[in-house]
Design a binder for this molecule. Sequence first.
Ligand code: CAA
Length: 262
Amino acid sequence: MRKYQFINFHIKENYYLIEINRPKQLNAINKGTISELKKCFTEIRSSTKGFYGVIITGVGEKSFVAGADIVEFNELDQESAKKLSENGHELFNTIESMPIPVIALVNGYSLGGGCELALSCHLRIATENAKFSQPEINLGTIPGYGGTQRLTQIIGKGRALEMMLTAEMVDAKSALEYGLVNYILDDKEKAMEKSVSILNTVKRKSPKAIANVIKSVNNFYNKDVNGFDQEIKIFSKLCNSEDFKEGVNAFHEKRCPSFKGK
Ligand code: CAA
């Protein structure tokens, strides 16, 4: 496993943990962080056997990710901004389409590109001090890493527009009401326990079914495919798998299934 400069990558017993590690910049993601995250997720994707998920968080207690690195905005022109945005989109599409669940443990500020990173994850677990915002309008632009689309998908048009038009911070309690986060926990330690406990529940399921639940749900947002048609195809294919036979047999034999991911 490779060493990284801007992220810490930990291989735990059954899951991976990624920490964005730029605490002096409140974990703002620069180009280097995006590039490392891309490499890291590609590495994880090629090695998911025996791993049931990824937890991504920011180093420290104050900030998950305070956005794209604004220092890098000084030199942006139209061409380089397009490249920057495309790179962010590519990373966040990769995260969204991972075959194992990715949990954002949102510890503190989750702003701009940080909020977009959390939105690209499958679940969001927040600490009490979490704050969400899409403040790009204050810089005279719009979210550039998929935020206009994913925030709208997740919390609906009215609330998404309000967040993007006002740039106001949304606290953890409101984020829970909006459906922006799944849970709020007192602190990072408890949020980590909750994230790991969710992954421990997922661990008992069929890896094939897990990957296909994610794929099928993502199809809902993919304008190029009919999610209903795809569901029929995926369901029927899975019903021909060893895991399905094991699941049904285990039910009849009143025991826990032992899935092999086949
Ligand atoms: N980029 C680069 N540096 C950042 C940063 C960012 N997004 N956010 C914070 N920092 C740096 C600050 O410049 C500061 O550095 P110095 O100590 O060298 O001055 C350090 O982190 C600590 O920040 P503050 O002193 O500002 O801490 P604070 O507690 O007073 O305020 C904050 C915290 C409210 C998060 C404030 O830092 C802030 O507003 N940050 C910018 C948030 C933002 O606008 N994010 C969106 C970026 S645009 C984007 O993400 C576009 C996109 O979709 C692609």
